[in-house]
Design a protein around this ligand. Structure first.
Ligand code: ATP
Length: 366
C-alpha cells in the first residue's frame, strides 16, 4: 500500500469497520489505497459490503471504527455535500418531471451558479456522453442506455474528483451493457477522474478495471490488476469467483514439487513448509488433451458442450476429482483421455495467507 500521504493516493481506508445497529460487522478492518485517475472495481457476491464501501466514500454513512482519508486528510465526519464525490445509482435516480438539461443542471442550480455558466457546463457534460442535442427531451422519451448517460452527465457536470458507480449497467440488456462497458471505460480515460465501480459480474470487472478489489464477507480477499487476480488467485474463493477453475486439495511435498490427485507434479512454487496442505488451481484453458497414457492425468470424459470458440469438456480422474477443460479438440463422452499441463499452470494457494504474505511469496519467485 502506498499510504494516504502519497501524492498519487486519492482515497485510503485504514482499519475501517462498519457495523449497523446490533448486527455483525459488514466491513471488517478494511484497509486500502486508491490512486488518482484510475478505474477501480469492487467485485463480490451480494451482501459482501461493496455498496457500504461506496456509501462510506460518499459520506452517506460513517465508519464504526477506523479512518477514511481523502488526499491524506481524515474525512470521517465531512458531510456528503462537502466531498468531491458524485454517485451514479443503479436506478439512475433521474427526476422524471425535469427534462434532460434540467436533470444535469440540478446540482449546479443548487450551488446557485450563473445561468450562462450552467448552460456551458451542462452542454459540455452532454457532449461528453454523446447526448448533444438531447437537452430538451423528457426523461420518459429516452432509452435505458440514454438515461444511463444522462445520469453519468449529471455526475460529471461539476467535475468531481471521484465518481462512484453502483451496478450502473445491471438494468441493461447484454448487448447494450457491453457497449456501455466500452463507453464508460473510454469516458473515464478522457476525463481522468477516479472511477469506483461496483459489480458482482466478474467478466465486467476483468474487462473494465485498472484494479479489482475482490470482497467476500466484509473482507478484501485480494486486490490487483485483472491479470494478476486471474493468473494468481490468492485463495479458493477468489479462484472460484474469478473465471472458471479446477480447484483440488493437495500437498506441497517440498520446493518445486506438489502432490494432488494421487500423483506428484513439478511446479514453480517454493518457500512453503514441507508437506504443507494446500489448494491447487489449474485454469481450464491450461489443460491440454493427449492420447490415453500420454498425459500427466488419466481421465474419462463425462460431458461435452460446444461453446463456439472451444469445447467445454468435463472429465473425472480415478481419485474422484472433476476437471473442466477448454479445448479446440473434440472428445467423446465416455472416452478415456490424458490431460497434460505446464508446471507454471499449477497455482498453489496456502490456507489463510494474507495479501502481504502472498505478494512477498510471488515476488520471491521472480
Ligand atoms: N442501513 C443498513 N442497516 C442495516 N444493515 C444494512 C444496511 N445497509 C446494508 N446493510 C447490510 O450490510 C450488508 C452488506 O450490504 P451491502 O449493500 O454493502 O452489500 P453489497 O455487496 O453491495 O450487496 P449487493 O450486491 O446485494 O448490493 C448486507 O447484509 C446488508 O443487509
Amino acid at each position: 500500500m502506498n499510504g494516504p500521504d502519497n501524492p498519487g493516493t486519492i482515497i485510503s481506508f485504514r482499519g475501517v469497520t462498519k457495523q449497523y445497529e446490533g448486527d455483525e460487522a459488514v466491513l471488517k478492518n478494511v484497509s486500502f489505497d486508491m490512486e488518482r485517475g484510475k478505474f477501480y472495481t469492487l467485485l463480490g457476491p451480494s451482501g459482501c459490503g461493496k455498496t457500504t464501501i461506496l456509501r462510506l466514500i460518499a459520506g452517506f454513512t460513517e465508519p464504526t471504527r477506523g479512518d477514511i482519508y481523502f488526499h491524506g486528510k481524515v474525512i470521517n465526519h465531512v458531510p456528503a455535500n462537502k466531498r468531491q464525490v458524485n454517485t451514479v445509482f443503479q436506478d439512475y435516480a433521474l427526476f422524471p418531471h425535469l427534462d434532460v438539461f434540467e436533470n444535469v443542471a440540478f446540482g449546479l442550480r443548487i450551488k446557485k451558479l450563473k445561468q450562462a455558466e450552467i448552460k456551458e457546463k451542462v452542454l459540455e457534460a452532454l457532449r461528453f456522453v454523446n447526448l448533444a442535442g438531447y437537452e430538451n427531451r423528457e426523461i420518459h422519451e429516452m432509452s435505458g442506455g440514454q438515461r444511463q448517460r444522462v445520469a453519468i452527465a449529471r455526475a460529471i457536470v461539476n467535475r468531481p474528483e471521484i465518481i462512484l458507480l453502483d451496478e450502473p449497467l445491471s438494468a441493461l440488456d447484454l448487448k447494450l451493457r457491453t457497449e456501455m462497458q466500452v463507453e464508460l471505460r473510454e469516458l473515464q480515460r478522457r476525463l481522468g477522474i477516479t472511477f469506483i465501480f461496483v459489480t458482482h459480474d466478474q467478466e465486467e470487472a476483468l474487462a473494465m478495471s485498472d484494479e479489482i478489489f475482490v470482497l467476500n464477507n466484509g473482507i478484501i480477499q485480494q486486490s490487483g490488476t485483472p491479470t494478476d487476480i486471474y493468473d494468481e488467485p490468492i485463495n479458493r474463493f477468489v479462484a472460484d469467483f474469478i473465471g472458471e477453475s479446477n480447484i483440488v486439495a493437495g500437498r506441497m511435498t517440498k520446493d518445486f514439487l506438489v502432490e494432488f490427485a494421487g500423483k506428484s507434479f513439478a511446479c514453480v512454487d517454493q518457500g512453503l513448509q514441507p508437506n504443507e496442505p494446500v489448494d491447487i488451481v489449474i485454469r481450464p484453458e491450461d489443460l491440454e488433451i493427449t492420447r490415453p497414457g500420454e498425459g500427466k492425468l488419466e481421465v474419462r470424459v463425462e460431458t461435452q458442450l460446444f461453446r463456439g470458440v472451444h469445447y467445454e469438456i468435463q472429465c473425472a480422474d480415478g481419485a474422484g476429482n472433476r476437471w473442466l477443460v477448454h479445448s479446440t479438440r473434440k472428445a467423446e463422452v465416455g472416452e478415456a483421455i490424458g490431460l497434460t499441463f505446464d508446471p507454471e499452470a499449477i497455482h498453489v494457494m496456502r490456507f489463510n495467507e494474507t495479501e502481504e504474505e502472498f505478494d512477498k511469496r510471488l515476488e520471491a519467485y521472480s
